[in-house]
Write a protein that binds this ligand. Sequence first.
Ligand SMILES: *Cc1c(COP(=O)(O)O)cnc(C)c1O
Length: 405
Amino acid sequence: MHACGEVRILEVMLKKERLFTPGPTALLPQAQAAMAAMSLHHRTAEFRAVFTSTLKRLQSFLETKNDVILLACSGTGGMEAALTNLTSPGDRVLVMSAGKFGERWQKLAESYGMSVDLVQLPYGESFDASHVKGRCGGANAPRVLMIQASESSTGTKHDIAAIARAARAERPDILILIDGITGVGTQALDIDAWELDIVVGGSQKAVMMAPGLAYVSVSERAWKVMETSKTPRFYFDLRRERKSQAQGESAFTPAIGLIAALPAALEYIETLGGRPGLTANAEALGAATRAALDALGLKRFGNGQPSGALTAIAMPQGLDSGLVVKALRQQFASVVANGQSEMKGAMIRVAHLGYYDFAETLSLIAQLEIVLVQLGALDAAKLGAGVRAAQSFYLAQDKAAKAKA
Ligand SMILES: *Cc1c(COP(=O)(O)O)cnc(C)c1O
């Protein structure tokens, strides 16, 4: 036995850095390795072959017949590309906003001189069809509707199928622009059946890669509108990219390393059953986390539909979430996100999208319990209640699967 009085055990205990943030998310080792090994120049036949097959794979990951354009930028660049290519200054656009990313659509549209119809809900609420009814018809109807699939600032999702249907019933040619940056791979999103004109995704979210690559699916209707849209764009000219991509190239220097990482990530995702499997994994981790919250007497932030991408855990009365973020990082090297701007201090956000498994989710719940006890926000007698609920969730799934087999 070691003389514990001599060694301060918690100080020497090793810690593994783990990202639980809803972007950037945990990195897939195979994708990292592929990125590091890449050394091709982009104007070569070898690169063109990689690029062309990667685009095909991405299209099948997204389960769409629409073109998918790859851009070297973060997710917001993809949103900007969508907006600028499909509008003209002064166009009327409908923005549905219930969080910081909804506000990003609004600010983007205002920056480019659009006339913005804003439908707002309090942070943490979810939109459904009732929120678009009566807003997309008439002589002065908006040309474009913009919304998030999953609002990562609050951990909620919106009912995209119903919203798209309701908007189109009033204006059949309305353009529907989806920020799917945390929605892709975490909730149902049928691009073709729901006629979603644009869906934007980003490499640092469900596809388990480093930041720097955005992907944008573009419908036939959207390509036609681009023929006459007038908002200025240069780097983000989607028609020029489409022409280059058809030749296996991009108009400018592509994010070569990330384009090497992408097929490795998509190949791994295929082993999970593609996007539906990836989505089921994220949703299950979210459900296990919510079971733990219930058992601990904790609440989610807001009353909206829970996103599969992340859980926003509201803090017990009087507890600053910054203290929880700090304690998790210092003691366990686990990095979770605080609330954004006005929501800072009110919540921690824990990711489920992409490369997360049940074991580390269970561990994070256990870590959170320890920290809440230390901060006086959880009675030590309740220690293990969240873990136990998540374990029971697991066993119930196992039992159901065995009964089916
Ligand atoms: C991460 C994220 C974005 C994009 O942010 P970038 O920092 O530009 O990649 C946009 N929308 C949502 C919903 C997000 O989660």
